[in-house]
Design a protein around this ligand. Structure first.
Ligand SMILES: Nc1ncnc2c1ncn2[C@@H]1O[C@H](COP(=O)(O)OP(=O)(O)OP(=O)(O)O)[C@@H](O)[C@H]1O
Length: 231
């Protein structure tokens, strides 16, 4: 589904991603792990085309994306839930959701009922301004908005960071259901190892912009966690 081969990503002249190769299969739940500053967000931004320069190959279902602008990558089926959620605070929940629909292939304008059913609170708050929602509600809105772009693959950057524990579990369960019941392919950047273990089939650990180790999640050992993840 998503194949990165020898990908380098640059902020100006500084190379933040070095020779990254990895494959995410259709229907996978793939976790990208690593300490702060190793390049996890950069990896997602690179797949989206948000870096100043990227070299190598990024293919989605065989289609080369590396030279395509971000909006074309979204239309090709890459959905994104950014760190910090990226909610438009003065737009209502409904308007924020509409923004997502416009990245869907068939054009925008319709908020699919099944997405609202995943997050009943959003259905209740359709007329509220995004900025007036709690952090957890905003995160649910960001996930719903990305789903409305009808992605083949969804990239999420630390979706449970800074969110109250009762909503964290709800968000984790929705993501697991989206993958297992709806067959959505997910790439998750996460510091929460317990969640990554519970949800994923595969993982990669980044270190200084490169893949240090990757494999089936059952192979994520305590030794790897000590070496690469514990501060
Ligand atoms: N806009 C930018 N311009 C220049 N360098 C950047 C920029 N954003 C990040 N970097 C650098 O790129 C490297 C990787 O950062 P990145 O944010 O991808 O790490 P991360 O693993 O996602 O960390 P965190 O867990 O803190 O979000 C770091 O050295 C960082 O300083």
């Amino acid at each position: 589904m998503l194949e990165l081969a020898n990908v380098d990503g640059f902020y100006g002249r500084s190379r933040a991603l070095q020779s990254v190769s990895l494959t995410v299969g259709a229907g996978d739940f793939f976790s990208v792990l690593g300490r702060n500053g190793v390049g996890k967000t950069t990896l997602l931004r690179t797949v989206l085309g948000l870096m100043s320069r990227t070299t190598g190959s990024i293919r989605l279902d065989g289609e080369e994306l590396v030279d395509q602008p971000t909006h074309k990558r979204a239309l090709a089926g890459v959905g994104y839930v950014p760190q910090g959620r990226g909610i438009l605070p003065s737009f209502t929940v409904r308007e924020n959701l509409m923004v997502g629909t416009f990245a869907a292939k068939g054009g925008g304008g319709r908020i699919a009922e099944w997405v609202l059913e995943l997050f009943p609170i959003l259905k209740e708050f359709l007329g509220r301004r995004g900025g007036n929602l709690s952090g957890g509600q905003q995160q649910q809105l960001a996930i719903a908005r990305a789903l409305l772009s009808e992605p083949k693959i969804m990239l999420l950057d630390e979706p449970t960071e800074g969110i109250q524990p009762n909503i964290v579990e709800q968000i984790e369960n929705v993501l697991i259901d989206l993958n297992r019941k709806h067959g959505l392919t997910i790439v998750l950047v996460e510091q929460n190892i317990a969640f990554a273990r519970r949800a994923s089939q595969r993982f990669a650990i980044l270190n200084r912009g490169s893949v240090a180790v990757s494999g089936p999640i059952g192979q994520l050992s305590d030794e790897m966690i000590h070496q690469h993840l514990v501060v």
